[in-house]
Design a protein around this ligand. Sequence first.
Ligand SMILES: [Ca+2]
Ligand SMILES: [Ca+2]
Ligand SMILES: [Ca+2]
Length: 158
Amino acid sequence: MSSANQTGADATWTVEVLSDTCFEYDILWDVVDCDADDAFEDNDTAAAPWPTIKRSGTGLRVHDGDDDYFRLGTVPAGQTVTLTVDFRHALGDIDADLEDLNGFDLPGLTGGAGVTDQEVVQWTNTTGASVDVLAHIFHFGFSTCLNNTYDFSVSTAP
Ligand SMILES: [Ca+2]
Ligand SMILES: [Ca+2]
Ligand SMILES: [Ca+2]
């Protein structure tokens, strides 16, 4: 689970763990600044993605109001590109798109808006020409303090 302190002041919270039966468990917790981010900033818009081609990454971070864009390079005609994003959904809902260099979703893409620990976004280039593709990875929601980490990878194949 994940929760944001939007009070503007320090807060003390209590975690309550309940069960009808007795068993051992582990508890892990972390406190993250709303604005915490990764080393690939700024990359917040389709017009200003991370400037070099990047087809994988680990330990990246995204928060609502600060999307991440990566250049994936050129997808030749007839090939299918697959973007996979892994994260812990319980800590925040990350979604993803594949877009053209103008920031428009590629027509006919599938996936990217699920509610599990992985998004798989796929697009087949049926345009008859090579297309430069962007990965758009973003945190669903608008609380202004949603923040989660992710890994991503890209493959292209006939
Ligand atoms: Ca980021
Ligand atoms: Ca960003
Ligand atoms: Ca999601």
